[in-house]
Design a protein around this ligand. Structure first.
Ligand code: ADP
Length: 185
């Protein structure tokens, strides 16, 4: 978890690779559907372009499907999910149905100004339509209102690991792996 621009996607790929499990990124799945102009993509695009969350029913159904695929049987790393309290409830239910449990929740921590700056640069490189400055600032507000409260939920469950997300990619990955070890022990 972490605010937009904190590097979730980048770290998710590196860590999933190191752990030998698939990274399941709701943002990537939505973007792939937008690109292919599927019904899901057409619906999601309206919300994404405005910097709002895709409705829970839509997101939850998509994640439920994805986690039923064979490659998720031995574990997975979620990137960008859950993002709302109802999504936490759905994830709990999906995990219970599959006889899985959550090992840890990693939160990448970074200052808002650093993040907005990073995202403006990324917008130029990737051409993401949800990356205008106004939308970027709105997404930070949505994160603070909808998703930040989830950190307390997972902290209370003793599953939260907070990691400084500012630094080189490899540096941050090492911090995450080190932090996960302390949680195991
Ligand atoms: P970032 O990491 O920059 O926050 P993502 O790639 O994770 O962006 O997500 C891009 C967009 O996809 C979000 O702004 C939102 O509109 C949508 N999205 C992704 N995950 C979720 C989710 N769990 N619930 C609702 N909307 C989501």
């Amino acid at each position: 978890m972490g605010p937009p621009g904190a590097g979730k996607g980048t770290q998710a790929k590196v860590l999933a690779d190191r752990l030998g499990i698939p990274a399941v990124s709701t943002g990537d799945i939505f973007r792939a559907n937008v690109k292919d102009e599927t019904p899901l993509g057409l619906e999601a695009k309206r919300y994404m372009d405005a910097g709002n969350y895709v409705p829970d029913e839509v997101t939850n159904a998509m994640v439920r499907d994805r986690l039923s695929e064979a490659d998720a049987g031995e574990g997975f790393l979620l990137d960008g999910y859950p993002r709302t309290l109802p999504q936490v409830g759905t994830l709990d239910a999906i995990l219970a149905e599959h006889g899985h449990s959550l090992d840890a929740v990693v939160a990448l921590v970074a200052d808002t100004d650093v993040l907005v700056d990073r995202m403006l640069r990324r917008a130029k490189v990737d051409g993401r339509t949800d990356d205008s400055e106004e939308v970027i600032r709105h997404r930070q507000v949505v994160y603070a209102a909808e998703t930040k409260p989830l950190l307390r939920v997972y902290a209370q469950r003793n599953q939260l690991v907070e990691v400084d997300g500012v630094g080189e990619v490899e540096e941050v990955s090492e911090r995450v792996l080190t932090a996960l070890k302390t949680l195991e022990g």
